[in-house]
Design a protein around this ligand. Sequence first.
Ligand SMILES: [Ca+2]
Ligand SMILES: [Ca+2]
Ligand SMILES: [Ca+2]
Length: 477
Amino acid sequence: MKRLSFLAALLAVAVAVPLSIGSSHREAPRILKDPTADNTDVWAFTAADAPGSLTVVSNWIPLADPAGGPNFYPLDENARYYVKIDNTGDGYEDVAYRWKFRNRFRNPGSFLYAAPTVDSVKDQDINFVQTYDLYKETYNKNRKLVDVERIANDAPVVPDNVGPKTIPNFAQVEAGGVTSLKGGGKTIVTPADDAFFVDLGTIFDGINLDKPGRPNIGLGNQGGGKDDVAGYNTKSFVLQVPESEVTRNGKQVAGANAKNAVIGVWSTTERKRVSVHGHRASREWVQVSRLGNPLINEVVIPIGKKDKFNATSPANDAKNFGKFALNPEPARLLNALFNLGVKETNRTDIVQALLTGVPGLTQIGKNPAAADTLKLNLGVAPAANPNRFGVLAGDTAGFPNGRRLIDDVVDIELRVIAGALLPADQGGKQIPLGDGVDQNDKPLRSAFPYVPLANDGFGSQIKRIEPQHAPVPQPPQ
Ligand SMILES: [Ca+2]
Ligand SMILES: [Ca+2]
Ligand SMILES: [Ca+2]
């Protein structure tokens, strides 16, 4: 048991460090210094109340303590925030949605973010005012930008949830931030409770390994985990557009087998790089962060390649990172720790599930690129009774067919790495791995914007640990 404890500690460190906190929160050396540009999770699904539309939730700014005043968590006027869609299977965007923010203070003479009481999203008591334009970009098959259309103009960002004295009815204020889009659909940019849930601290450490009489495979599927993201907010960009806005032929999707049914979704952030040649400065937009499937840059891409991952296109993933998906480090770690006999090499099942797509379900076209985009079949109807294990549990409306807010991607990916998708004669195993956290800490909502309501600053549950000072040594009497 001693050896197991040592290995458990080793694995906890090995996994927890790159995982950091969240699906993609502070995951790479450069982006962790730039939280306003750091995208943390993407969800894409067909909402039960919007069956003919694509719904995307994309979060930026990790681990926002709700009490983080006086400035809270503005989005950056100098960054480009994108949700991108590939509908041809080459890993390049065909449609992209870009948010452009503007900030101002109504009263620069005050230190308050907002004064009591704020009753609407356009209330004059909001001091820090943030608005945005949303642009839809369209690319042709040669990857040339052929159209840019502004589909929302000067829309309000929902203010951060300061507390009940300043904002007595946050839900009402938030509702005013829902903005209709030219071409159909709607969007909102709002603070929200982070819908990602994971037990990091004890993911492999508090999993009943030492319980007498149990084989070493009851790995965390017994519940009892601690959600390390609980209580934190993030900024949620929620976008809901008619399917015809994003499909390759510009038409609604007739069914799961339709040729236009599957799309790949991811988010990116761009910043301007300034180069000075002689006395002339030139500026170009460069990508500083990206995210498709959860946990790829955290646990599949090694630390030395994480910045490169953030800067590159999904179209080049096979060339740049294919070997890391084929031979995933977590498989080796699971074996080192638990001696599970997990297949460590040539994991074409993982490449298929996450990168090329599952044939007949999430594969785009006949010969798609191995690209880290979140593949969604828009023709699959929402499940009447969604299962947090998604496709692994036979619920084909869930991850890795898109990703719903309820999907337990930590447990799913652990089980896939352990061999859940492999045939038995190729090392297939159904091992009940998990982190013991089965759902978000705050309730999801059944209607737009679906994400859990933002935690308020006054009532923040984030525990602060004060530095412990050793007692000052006293001279001997
Ligand atoms: Ca494409
Ligand atoms: Ca949460
Ligand atoms: Ca879980």
